[in-house]
Design a protein around this ligand. Structure first.
Ligand code: UDP
Length: 475
């Protein structure tokens, strides 16, 4: 057996993502890369998600799925509104179960000898970069732990800079946030383009006496990442070189290994919490090249009926065919009526509305002309890889900063930011569909990213270095 393979047999990584779709996807692609390198992977879900995935989460020879409770009742919808509760219950109920499980799987534990299923003891933990408890507990148990933050390097840097922004008096916004177009100076490398409205959304509600609990938790976890053995980011030097250069000075080590989904085109198993609607691809086949607007606001976003209506009017005025993802939990009680309204207004021949789409395949389809997105990091990377221009309608957390990079730095799309008015929707969608400049920036960037992930490219090399690092920690 080759030396690398022998080492691989004993390196066993337990990966533990936040139980939300975007995080699961990044961790799955990451795990696929580890499997390819010969390592063993235990993928830790929550009981709720593992139940939802069912047979889709079938294990393979070096990959298994285990789960811990997330502490929430099963019928609580896992949308953005429940995220603070979910994170809190994970750090209590979830953390206790995780500690017990890891204690039994680690090297040196009674049950930690090679298990009946052939899995060696866990030698390293890669836990979500906003679940600091997961890597603290691992280190307490003697298992080296790495943080994997599934958001962009730019948003990570912004969260890391929040204490400094407070110190500088840039936060809370001095005039109560009055002018959101005011520049922000305290995030290194972003002085020339960052405005108040581009900071993580929760910064807006910050006052002298009140800090959004989720912002507090994310900032604390971000700062705490300095203690992890290393920080992994699903990004690439060509997209986020300046932010990465700042982070390298702050963290023990940084690995920029993305876009992971493009580096592992065939993931080991499925992690989609919703079932893809099978009609999408055939419907797209019937449309002309670059004629369709694909709309998806990710797995967590909830919109109001007013937003939906305004948005719909803008789309009707823009008059392109649309493939629209309206998740069943996206609009609350008015969902069905809204769906009928959308179909009637756009015209059944020009619109396909689905609960969930095979997004990567959709973005790759020749008929898609632009992607109207909430600017979640996975969606952003998926559009970048396919060279599809974006219209950004960000909602929360890192989405504001991602959309600013799209509109002002990479120029591969347009940033609607906080304005969802029918006129703005119509104008930005038209521009994204028709601007040669935006399309050629998107194409050039896709070509660069393809070089980054190819053999010898920066992300491919970083992934190799990371595997070497994990093997060293595991030896
Ligand atoms: N996604 C999908 N089908 C859909 C909508 C979204 O497969 O109809 C996937 C999308 O490809 C992405 C993930 O769900 O990988 C959403 O992650 P992102 O970070 O963009 O947003 P979040 O859901 O975390 O807000």
């Amino acid at each position: 057996m080759a030396e690398a393979e022998a080492a691989a047999d004993t390196a066993h990584v337990l990966v533990f993502p936040v139980p939300a779709q975007g995080h699961l996807n990044s961790f799955l692609h990451f795990s696929t890369g580890l499997l390819r390198a010969g390592l063993h992977v235990t993928f830790l879900h929550t009981d709720h998600n593992l139940r939802r995935l069912g047979a889709a989460a079938a294990a393979s020879p070096r990959l298994r799925f285990l789960s811990v409770p997330d502490g929430l009742p099963d019928d609580v919808p896992r949308t953005v509104d429940s995220i603070p509760r979910l994170v809190l219950s994970l750090t209590t109920t979830g953390a206790a179960a995780y500690r017990d499980l890891l204690a039994s799987l680690r090297r040196g534990a009674a049950g930690g000898a090679t298990a009946a299923d052939g899995f060696p003891p866990v030698t390293c933990v890669v836990a979500d970069g906003i679940m600091q408890f997961a890597w603290d507990i691992a280190e307490e148990l003697g298992v080296p732990a790495i943080a994997f933050r599934t958001a962009s390097a730019g948003s990570f840097l912004a969260f890391l800079s929040v204490p400094k922004l407070i110190e500088l008096g840039e936060l809370p916004f001095p005039d109560g946030g009055g002018d959101l177009d005011e520049p922000v100076h305290g995030v290194p490398g972003m002085e020339s383009f960052l405005r108040r409205r581009d900071l993580p959304s929760q910064c807006r509600s910050l006052t002298e006496t009140h800090q959004d609990p989720l912002l507090k938790a994310v900032v604390a976890a971000t700062v705490h990442c300095r203690k992890a053995r290393a920080l992994i980011l699903n990004t690439t030097a060509s997209l986020e070189g300046p932010s990465l250069a700042h982070l390298v000075k702050e963290m023990r080590d940084v690995f920029a290994v993305g876009p992971l989904h493009a580096m592992s085109p065939a993931p080991a198993v499925a992690t989609s919490l919703w079932r893809h609607d099978d009609r999408c691809m055939a419907w797209l086949d019937g449309k002309a090249d670059k004629s369709v607007v694909y709309i998806s606001l990710g797995s967590l976003t909830v919109i109001s009926h007013e937003q939906f209506t305004e948005f719909l009017r803008g789309l009707i005025a823009a008059a392109y065919p649309v493939l629209w993802v309206l998740r069943p939990d996206m609009l609350g009680a008015s969902q069905d009526a809204a769906l009928q309204e959308a179909l009637a207004a756009v015209g059944e021949d020009k619109a396909l509305v689905v609960p969930w789409a095979p997004q990567r395949d959709v973005l790759r389809h020749r008929a898609v002309g632009c992607f109207l997105t909430h600017s979640g990091w996975n969606s952003t990377l998926e559009a970048v890889v396919e060279g599809v221009p974006m219209v950004c309608w960000p909602f929360f957390a890192d989405q504001q900063i991602n959309s600013r990079f799209v509109g002002a730095v990479w120029r591969n799309g347009l940033d609607m930011k906080d304005v969802c008015e029918r006129g703005v929707v119509e104008k930005t969608v038209r521009e994204a569909m028709e601007s040669d400049e935006v399309r050629s920036s998107a194409r050039a960037q896709a070509e660069q990213v393809e070089r980054d992930i190819a053999d010898g490219g920066s992300s491919a090399m970083e992934f190799k270095r990371l595997v070497g690092f994990i093997r060293e920690l595991s030896s």
